[in-house]
Write a protein that binds this ligand. Structure first.
Ligand code: KG4
Ligand code: ZN
Length: 350
């Protein structure tokens, strides 16, 4: 199928055209980072307004890039949650409107499922993982470990009990007076910093459960700043690198523990924090040592974008097409769970 996918769950407006759930023909993204930067974080009201302003331009750009027309599109896939409701609605209503006008099927999709399955797209230099694999989602709202048994069959092994990894990056960056999005700024400064300069805590450093916690680490940085003040130049780079190292240590230790406990030999890392250069480098080394194959999409596909919806959109649309069924009642959902849990875990409210 030739499918149009639309993503607007947070502060990126994105429209993609994906063929057979694998081949990216176009992936247009309008980022709102400059709009939200002056507030130090995403302002939901501004996000929805900017989605409304940008959606048609981004849609035209995607059609141009792919060289296709609206009537060629055979189905629509759109993020229905989790995310900011006002933002999600813009993508949802656009997709539903087009599907209705052209009499095509439309499916609402889970943003987390899209992050977990991005690597199933055809990507240069990266082969596609076979099932089952371990999926680590590290984004602004989530830090979750899943077994991906196959498309549609996910088992949650662990998640953050408080802040998500990306949220910790963003909050620590804000304390340091660095621009939004904080993960990018900390990553950049860390490149010239010494990760061993400060010994920050590695929260939940235990192999007995696969949950995460990052708020204590954030507090440790805050206490350090209270005592010593905000550092500059090399000292700032060292602080960023030391904080980043603590986050990366925990993410890698828990992911490889989960692989070992479940006899999995493939690890997929996804979500915005998967752009982090230190995480990518350390994960590669650790996976090599443990005989685990590592799959991380290129950075432009780790942060929010519509192409990542391609594999699940195709899969869901095929199922629907057989039933001749399209649901125009899909609505925006601020929170949404994915898959089954092996045991009960505390919920993450973002
Ligand atoms: O997946 P994403 O684009 O949006 C959500 O679904 O949340 O992830 C955004 C998060 C932000 O917290 C941002 O600071 C973080 O990803 N991020 C990074 C890097 N690039 C983006 N964190 C660490 N290092 C990076 N290079
Ligand atoms: Zn995301």
């Amino acid at each position: 199928m030739l499918v149009m996918t639309i993503e607007s769950s947070c502060d990126e407006t994105s429209v993609a055209l994906v063929q057979h759930g694998r081949r990216i023909l176009a992936n247009a993204v309008a980022s709102q980072i400059p709009v939200h930067r002056r507030y130090g974080g995403v302002v939901p009201e501004l996000a929805s307004r900017n989605h409304i302003r940008d959606i048609h331009t981004v849609l035209d750009e995607a059609l141009d890039q792919a060289g296709v027309e609206l009537r060629d599109i055979e189905g629509y896939g759109v993020t229905s949650g989790p995310g900011l409701v006002g933002s999600l609605l813009v993508g949802l209503e656009t997709a539903k409107g087009l599907a209705y006008s052209f009499d095509r099927p439309c499916v609402g999709l889970n943003h987390l499922e899209a992050h977990l399955t991005t690597v199933l797209l055809d990507l240069d230099d990266l082969k596609t993982p076979e099932f089952p694999y371990l999926g680590l989602i590290v984004s602004g709202g989530h830090t979750d470990l899943y077994i991906v048994h196959q498309l549609g069959d996910y088992e949650l092994l662990g998640r953050t009990r408080d802040d998500a990894a990306g949220e910790a990056f963003d909050k620590v960056a804000k304390m340091l007076g660095l621009p939004y999005p904080g993960g990018v700024a900390i990553d950049r400064l860390s490149r010239k910093g010494n990760p061993d300069r400060h010994e920050f805590p590695r929260p939940m450093w235990t192999r007995s459960n696969l949950d995460f916690s990052f708020s204590g680490l954030k507090t440790a940085v805050a206490l350090h700043l209270d005592k010593k003040g905000i550092p500059e130049d090399q000292a700032l780079a060292d602080l960023c690198a030391s904080f980043q190292e603590a986050v990366v240590d925990v993410l890698i230790m828990k992911s490889l523990t989960a692989c070992r406990q479940n006899d999995l030999t493939r690890l997929v890392v996804s979500g915005g924090v998967a752009c982090n250069h230190r995480l990518r480098h350390r994960a590669r080394r650790a996976c090599d040592d443990d005989g685990v194959e590592l799959f991380i999409a290129p950075p432009r596909l780790c942060t929010d974008n519509a192409a990542m919806l391609g594999p699940i959109a195709e899969w869901q649309l095929q199922g629907r097409a057989e039933q001749g069924f399209t649901n125009f009642d899909i609505s925006a959902r601020a929170s949404m769970t994915l898959g089954r849990t092996r045991r009960s875990t505390s919920s993450n409210h973002r």
